[in-house]
Design a protein around this ligand. Structure first.
Ligand SMILES: [Zn+2]
Length: 287
């Protein structure tokens, strides 16, 4: 039986999934992210079982997909810059290894087996510690000439807004990522706690969710105008609060209606395993 292993490396947690021939999940698991890239390679190597034919590794940052090398991967522990993840893991297992951006892995999984199944043109946003993004056009996830296409999280929502890790100010990520939603509010440790308070009628919490929604609406509305795509899928840990952001998002889409027309927004369908499933799908594709 053909089994594809997908490993989704996050800043705090590594998740993995084994995929069968029809994209069915045969097994999955998670562990705290090991202290550096070498230890992550060892963890992945230890997951290989009889029947595994390929491995995909999703990393939260920019990678050189052709060479299987990490480039700009700031969040997981250790120094990932220029680490040869693919070559090391391939040498250790004898298997083909694909190394991909985690938002693109998420998007491929949702496109093939999740919320965007059957669609060909879709904008994806992933709300977590940061805000990732990807674009599907003609049924394919676009990579772009520099293999970094789709960073909707770094579209500017307010040029005089808070500083962003990318060097710019007021990126969507500085409003809609989990730490940004918590920032400036007293007594909340997580975005989920802010969302719960907003549901209970806390006005400041509701305003923070609405700010996140407006910033997302600006970015995704502008992306829809640029690309001519009206289907949006939103995932990641913060997407459970999508309903609290939707009204402010829709205001921005309405503002642009003559240009972008109808826009549909759907929550992701595969939950926390989308990244691992997508990494496995990438691993099974011809390199
Ligand atoms: Zn930015």
């Amino acid at each position: 039986m053909v089994t594809r292993l997908g490993v989704d490396v996050g800043g705090t947690t590594v998740k993995w999934a084994m995929l069968g021939a029809d994209h069915e999940v045969l097994g999955s698991g998670s562990a705290p992210t090991p202290p550096g890239p070498g230890a992550v390679v060892e963890l992945a190597r230890g997951l290989v079982r009889e029947g595994v034919t390929s491995i995909g590794i999703g990393l939260p940052g920019h990678v050189d997909r052709a060479a299987g090398i990490a480039r700009f991967v700031p969040n997981p522990p250790g120094d990932w810059t220029d680490f040869p993840v693919g070559p090391q893991l391939s040498a250790g297992t004898g298997l083909p290894v694909a190394v991909v951006n985690d938002a693109r892995a998420f998007a491929l999984a949702e496109l093939r087996t999740g919320a965007a199944r059957g669609r060909s043109d879709v904008l994806f946003a992933v709300l977590g510690t940061g805000v990732g993004g990807a674009v599907a056009l003609g049924g394919e996830i676009l990579a772009g000439p520099r293999d970094n296409l789709g960073e909707v999280g770094h579209i500017t929502a307010d040029p005089s807004g808070p500083p962003c890790c990318c060097g710019n100010r007021g990126c969507v990520e500085t409003y809609a990522a989990a730490p940004a939603i918590v920032r400036g509010l007293d007594g909340f440790a997580t975005a989920a706690a802010v969302a719960a308070a907003a549901r209970s009628g806390d006005r400041e919490a509701a305003a923070a969710m609405s700010r996140a929604g407006r910033a997302l609406g600006v970015a995704l509305g502008d992306a829809a105008a640029l690309l001519g795509i009206g289907t949006i899928v939103v995932g990641g840990g913060v997407a459970g609060a999508l309903d609290l952001m939707l009204s402010a998002m829709r205001d921005e889409f309405e503002r642009r209606r003559p240009l972008i027309g109808d826009v549909t927004v759907s929550p992701a369908a595969l939950g926390p395993w989308a990244g691992a499933i997508g990494a496995a799908l990438y691993g099974g594709e011809p390199q």
